[in-house]
Design a protein around this ligand. Structure first.
Ligand code: GDP
Ligand code: MG
Ligand code: K
Length: 303
């Protein structure tokens, strides 16, 4: 067997675009049979998971953002700030447009916002190409390219499925190496573990005042009823960092930070599950998992 196992890639991808450009259609097309739609339960994170695509290359977690449009109210401004923060945190942004739409103020506003999000690459996805000729497409591409430095420009038809495979492989090109956040064959709508992991992650980012990058991963390795008291839940989770220095920050002086993370997360999780909860946390440097050839069996989320 080939010992040089291929590195798994994974990451978070935000799909943005005006209403009716085909965002839902694209997700449905991507879904095929391989993607699990996450339940509509209220999620505690600001990034709502819409769908997870898994193949042998890795995993793409598609998220919803509250929407990019000109805020008219204070609340709108607040939501807009949340969106911009989300867009900074993700690994890639897909900006979907409908090629039959005329370029207008809506697009202009989105492009202005994207310029604020400097840290994340953006793909321009020209959707509904089944409705235009290639000749009509070229000036549209030129116009958008003159206004923003897109990492890729990819024409697709989400409805017909044209070029969607190419889009997926371009996405994988762009994503960093990372773990499977979800079991590849997940079909059940059971996001509790993910939510628990996100709650822990949220506490880390909060308590370390963002001294650790958003790319840290939290994997809930097991979530079981307590042995002595089955009415309690025992959670074992691993926090993966990129560097030993980040590991040190998360552990803190004599473990004080890790203890605080666990305590704060436990409070939220008890509220979420309605059960007394115990959390055991480990911190590992990413190298630990990078070299494993098949992560899933170690990450057994579901018994
Ligand atoms: P969203 O608001 O961005 O989520 O847009 P939807 O996915 O709901 O799509 C809006 C409309 O555009 C629907 O009627 C879709 O069937 C249609 N649509 C989406 N993608 C395509 C496409 O590639 N070609 C054509 N012809 N129609 C599309
Ligand atoms: Mg939609
Ligand atoms: K980013």
């Amino acid at each position: 067997m080939n010992q040089e196992s291929k590195q798994i890639k994974s990451g978070f991808v935000a799909i943005i675009g005006r209403p009716n450009v085909g965002k839902s259609t694209l997700l449905n097309e991507v879904i095929g049979q391989k993607v699990a739609i996450m339940s509509d339960k209220p999620q505690t994170t600001r990034n709502k998971i819409r769908a997870v695509f898994t193949n042998e290359q890795g995993q793409i977690v598609f998220i919803d953002t509250p929407g990019v449009h000109k805020p008219k109210t204070k609340l709108g401004q607040y939501m807009m700030n949340i969106t911009l923060t989300s867009l900074q945190e993700v690994d890639l942004i897909l900006y979907l447009i409908d090629v039959t739409n005329k370029f207008g103020l809506g697009e202009q506003f989105i492009l202005e916002q994207l310029k604020e999000v400097r840290s994340t690459p953006v793909f321009l996805i020209l959707n509904k190409i089944d409705l235009v000729t290639p000749e009509q497409l070229l000036p549209i591409i030129e116009q958008y390219r003159s206004l923003f430095d897109f990492k890729e420009v990819i024409p697709i038809s989400a409805l017909k499925g044209n070029n969607v495979k190419t889009l997926l492989s371009e996405i994988f090109e762009e994503l960093p190496e990372g773990p499977y956040y979800f079991p590849p064959d997940q079909v059940v709508e059971s996001p509790e573990r993910f939510i628990v992991a996100e709650l822990i992650r949220e506490k880390i980012l909060h308590l370390t005042r963002e001294e650790v990058p958003h790319s840290i991963a939290v994997v809930v390795e097991s979530m079981k009823p307590g042995e002595e008291n089955p009415n309690t839940v025992v959670i074992q989770a691993v926090i993966y960092t990129e560097r030993p220095s980040q590991k040190a920050i998360i552990i803190g002086k004599s473990g004080s930070m890790l203890k605080e993370i666990g305590k704060k997360a436990r409070e939220d999780i008890e509220r979420l599950l309605g059960t007394k909860t115990f959390i055991e946390l480990w911190v590992k440097v990413k190298e630990d998992w990078k070299n494993r050839d098949y992560l899933l069996k170690d990450f057994g989320y579901f018994e």
